[in-house]
Design a protein around this ligand. Structure first.
Ligand SMILES: *[C@@H]1O[C@H](CO)[C@@H](O)[C@H](O)[C@H]1NC(C)=O
Length: 189
């Protein structure tokens, strides 16, 4: 009994956040439908399904949620992923004594890029999605994605050693791409 009560407590904030969202004119869809609407390829579709699965969303075709909920799930996972990478940059800068000057410049530059990228997704979650305000969403996403591209280019520079953090940046690009594709469904609603 105790365990059940505690579980309910843990689960309820997320549930209530989802239930509270009632944006006018936003369709309620199942995961398979929203993912196939958002994604043009099988690869992206599978990535979308995995994103929803790890966000704890019910994947069955009979379960529907407002599209906004899916967009929030993908955006929140993007923020967590950015946090993880940002911390890895900061660990390299603080602890790796064999970084060259150019490498530390690149990591430092990336931390700036990530700050911009993070702010744009946070703005989307807190100001756009939570307020049913979708007008600027695509522009804000594209801005943040450009910052991430800047970091990727730094990681690909010829003087970077077999880069320990490049895979994280690639993972983050996939995360934000999915958040963007789902968010884009809301543009114009
Ligand atoms: C430290 O930096 C060097 C040079 O870029 C790199 O080869 C090495 O993998 C880094 N060490 C760790 C523990 O990440």
């Amino acid at each position: 009994m105790k365990i059940i009560i505690i579980l309910l407590f843990i689960l309820s904030p997320l549930h209530m956040a989802a239930a509270r969202l009632l944006c006018p004119n936003v369709p309620h869809l199942s995961v398979p439908v929203v993912c196939s609407n958002a994604c043009g390829t099988k690869l992206l579709y599978d990535h979308c399904i995995n994103t929803m699965r790890s966000g704890g969303i019910d994947l069955s075709p009979s379960h529907t949620e407002e599209i906004t909920v899916y967009a929030i799930v993908a955006a929140s996972q993007t923020l967590d992923s950015y946090d993880d990478t940002d911390e890895a940059f900061s660990i390299q800068l603080q602890q790796n004594k064999s970084l060259s000057g150019a490498e530390s410049d690149a990591y430092q530059g990336c931390m700036g890029d990530y700050a911009t990228a993070y702010n744009s997704v946070a703005l989307i979650v807190n100001n756009c999605l939570s307020n049913c305000y979708f007008k600027k969403l695509v522009d804000i996403y594209l801005n943040g994605m450009t910052s991430l591209e800047n970091c990727r280019d730094r990681m690909l520079a010829p003087w970077m050693k077999v880069p320990p953090l490049y895979p994280k940046v690639e993972r983050d690009r996939n995360k934000v791409l999915m958040a963007y594709l789902l968010g884009r469904l809301l543009q114009g609603l």
